[in-house]
Design a binder for this molecule. Structure first.
Ligand code: ACO
Length: 443
């Protein structure tokens, strides 16, 4: 009869161990510590740079089956949510675990909207950034600074306090994002208009000029709302892991989200759609695609917006975005890069190199084309991502805070440095460059 254990024989000692298997395919890394050569031995550990095969938490928020191209928030397929829901409702679902009924949605919407304004000192704080500051850097700094405005947020084990900060952050993040954009344009910051929808208000704070009330184009408002839904959570990605790791030492959620934004700032995470746009611009026309594919296959460059650590199938978000692009173009006019993108995808998906490696378009392949058509500069791409992901970060953070198994994150290392050495007076030390055994760090 099959047992839920893993038998391991240590060939150094000949001893065998039986390690329990949990949840069908999981062993606890700490179980390896029992495997020792003797009482002085530290015990075995696993080595997993970039955590490619290590679960760091148990979560109920988002499910991904990368081989099948499935993404679900709290059980709901992303396709259904993108088609039928709205971002604020999806944020509720992600944070609270269930879709709201009419009454709960109305309360949630009003609770979020009363937090769209920010303290005037935060506005002045933002005004202090240089005229050419990157909007993502502004968002990062300002979300961190918000920690000082809400000292009670430190009471992270108090449910009501957590709820209040969650509403505050989801409410205020579009305001900060829009103001970061206005700052780079040298335009006055626009205060929130709570008559508009969550996403409509964001568009107003971005693009309102002299009109008394900004009227968002309903197609663009809907498109951006769908894009927010698609980016609202993605389980244990780099930025969510950053939120959880920083959160594990119990700071307030503003500090945790600043860490998430910092992780998202990197070109390998929130900046990949910018790289995709640059690549499409560089290709320029369909005729140049075969040459590009050739250099990708030669290993000279990557096909940006292709491939994913988790998806080994078509990223379901990319499918939705590809369709959405055409709705947006009805209003904005066609972004000519779409033709290059579609043809590039067609050729790549028929090519053995990409088929063998299971490389498909990811969410970043089409999102940049849509953002560009809507008038967003590339520096705003990761900022848009951060607005949506705020819901996911907060849900994952709250899950971690409530999880009795979690403690301060503290990975192990494999130490490869020097053994004990003894200090010498400075005039007796050889020059570092003369010492062949010296570690040459690239600093
Ligand atoms: N173009 C060409 N070849 C690729 C690409 C690509 N975009 N992605 C992976 N490969 C190749 C690798 O060279 C490797 O080939 P090899 O087996 O011959 O060495 C093979 O496919 C496996 O690739 P890995 O690097 O092991 O895949 P990994 O899971 O580590 O990387 C990643 C995933 C980082 C997303 C990668 O596919 C990539 O760099 N893509 C381009 C950048 C991008 O679009 N990033 C956005 C990701 S989505 C997000 O973060 C929101």
């Amino acid at each position: 009869m099959a047992k839920d254990t893993l038998s391991v024989t240590d060939n150094r000692t000949g001893k065998s161990y039986e390690i329990p298997i949990e949840e069908g395919n999981v062993i606890r890394a700490t179980a390896l510590r029992e495997i020792k050569t003797g009482p002085e031995d530290f015990g075995m550990m696993s080595y997993d740079p970039a955590l490619v095969n290590t679960a760091t938490c148990k979560s109920r928020v988002t499910f991904i089956d990368g081989d099948k191209g499935i993404l679900r928030y709290r059980g709901y397929p992303i396709e259904e949510l993108a088609e039928k829901s709205n971002f604020l409702e999806v944020a509720y679902l992600i944070v609270k675990g269930e879709l709201p009924d009419k009454k709960h949605f109305a309360t949630w919407e009003s609770n979020i909207k009363i937090h769209t304004m920010v303290h005037e000192n935060i506005k002045r704080f933002m005004e202090g950034f240089r005229h050419d500051a990157h909007p993502m850097g502004m968002l990062l700094g300002t979300v961190g600074a918000m920690s000082t405005f809400y000292p009670e947020a430190k009471e992270i084990f108090d449910l009501e306090t957590r709820r209040l900060q969650t509403r505050r952050l989801i409410g205020k993040i579009p305001t900060l994002a829009a103001w970061a954009f206005r700052h780079t344009r040298g335009l006055p910051y626009v205060y929130p208009d709570n008559e508009l929808s969550y996403t409509g208000n964001f568009l107003s704070m971005l693009f309102k000029m002299t009109e008394l009330q900004y009227k968002p184009n309903p197609v663009l408002e809907k498109a951006l709302d769908v894009i927010f839904i698609l980016h609202a959570d993605h389980e244990q990605n780099c930025s969510t892991n950053a939120v959880r790791a920083v959160g594990s030492s119990d700071p307030d959620p503003y500090a945790c989200l600043a860490a998430g934004i910092a992780a998202l700032y990197g070109p390998l995470h929130g900046g990949a759609n910018e790289a995709a746009i640059r690549m499409l611009v560089e290709i320029g026309s369909k005729e140049k695609i075969p040459g590009m594919i050739k250099s990708v296959k030669a290993g000279d460059t990557l096909l940006q917006g292709f491939g994913h650590r988790v998806y080994k199938n078509y990223d379901p978000r990319a499918k939705i975005l590809k369709k959405l692009a055409y709705d947006v173009f009805e209003v904005t006019g066609r972004n000519p890069l779409i033709d290059v993108a579609i043809e590039l995808e067609r050729i790549a998906l028929e090519d053995d190199y990409f088929i063998k490696r299971k490389l498909y378009p990811n969410v970043d392949f089409y999102s940049g084309i849509i953002y560009q058509a809507m008038g967003f500069p590339m520096t705003m791409f990761p900022v848009l991502f951060a607005i949506a992901r705020t819901a996911g970060w907060l849900a994952q953070w709250a899950e971690m805070v409530r999880d009795p198994e979690q403690k301060i994150t503290r990975p192990r290392q494999i130490f490869l440095g020097e053994g004990t050495r003894h200090w010498m007076p400075i005039d007796r030390r050889p020059a570092p460059s003369m010492r062949e055994d010296a570690v040459s760090e690239a600093i």
